[in-house]
Design a binder for this molecule. Structure first.
Ligand SMILES: [Zn+2]
Length: 64
């Protein structure tokens, strides 16, 4: 579990969401985040990358 996810789970505990189970919560949280690199045009799922602010192909930070 990454610190990012851990922090999210911690904050979840204090939020009043009685209708949502932890499984539903993770389903919601782990949805794919598609990004496109402005430099090389690579289309990738941000959730599967180690560096969330860089293009996996050309290492550019110019993603949107
Ligand atoms: Zn790129």
């Amino acid at each position: 579990m990454t610190p990012e996810v851990k922090a999210f789970v911690e904050s979840y505990k204090f939020k009043p969401m009685p209708d949502m189970t932890i499984e539903e919560f993770f389903k919601l949280y782990n949805h794919e985040m598609w990004r496109t690199c402005s430099d090389c045009g690579e289309h990738f799922d941000l959730k599967k990358q180690l560096n969330h602010d860089r293009c996996p192909k050309c290492n550019s930070k110019n993603i949107k």
